[in-house]
Design a protein. Structure first.
Length: 253
């Protein structure tokens, strides 16, 4: 029923959607190297750093942050290193406008070179804006997870929840309400899909994101938003790695 209401609402609000698309500023991806190494504690008994790879859309590309060092994956790496007193090698492979299908197409080539311990994936907004149907969204997620698991069978997979589009400053009402409701629907499917697969987790984005967390385009996070979400994501990643280490009885190198 929710799906039917979305399509009715979208047709009615199509002029507003086209106006937003025309007037919203287009920011480029973050500058600088999309990779780095965060050195952990000198007392770290582990020789190899945790390998962290980010795959996905403009969030992984760092849109809204001046440099990759201030964007999501680097922020996760810094917070994770501090929390575990470990070195973390990170790489961000994001493409502006990429949906789940495009991300899956790129995943194998990226992951084959890194042997990651953790893979962070951001997807969903471009699928939503591309008017994906719910059943197709579920199929896309399942296919993406399968590709990543095949390329990195030992990795912990962390999906970023869809953002609360109902509070995006760049979206006028009532379009904001419509897209916010659709994002919640897609997010429910994402969480249910992840829950059905081992070693796949979802880190949700807070529903009450403050205005200062956004970049100047009112659509992507800014430096503050990336730092806040990176810290939250690192907390869950750290817990997952510790649980994995305890279950395996060995260090999560």
């Amino acid at each position: 029923m929710r799906g039917a209401w979305f399509w009715v609402g979208f047709v009615a609000l199509l002029p507003q959607a086209l106006w937003v698309r025309k007037t919203t500023p287009r920011f480029s991806k973050a500058s600088g190297e999309p990779r780095g190494l965060v050195v952990g504690s000198p007392d770290d008994p582990h020789k190899a750093p945790i390998q962290l790879v980010g795959l996905g859309d403009s969030i992984i590309a760092g849109v809204g942050a001046p440099t990759h060092a201030q964007a999501l994956i680097a922020q996760v790496a810094h917070a994770l290193s501090q929390r575990l007193s470990r070195s973390v090698a990170w790489q961000a492979d994001g493409k502006i406008g990429a949906d789940a299908v495009a991300i899956a197409d790129r995943a194998s080539g990226v992951l084959a070179k890194r042997c990651p311990d953790v893979v962070i994936i951001s997807t969903g907004v471009n699928d939503l804006l591309g008017l994906v149907k719910i059943r197709d969204w579920r199929s896309r997620l399942e296919a993406l997870i399968a590709v990543v698991q095949d390329a990195a069978p030992e990795a912990m997979i962390v999906l970023s929840g869809l953002p609360p589009m109902g509070c995006f400053p760049s979206l006028p009402r009532p379009l904001r309400w419509l897209l916010g409701a659709r994002a919640r629907h897609l997010n429910e499917v994402l969480m249910a899909t992840a829950a059905s697969v081992e070693r796949v987790e979802v880190v949700s984005i807070d529903a009450d994101v403050a205005p200062e967390a956004f970049s100047g385009d009112g659509f992507h996070p800014g430096v503050v938003g990336y730092r806040q979400f990176g810290e939250k994501m690192a907390l869950q990643v750290a817990a997952g790695l510790e649980a994995q280490r305890n279950a395996d009885g060995v260090s999560a190198d």
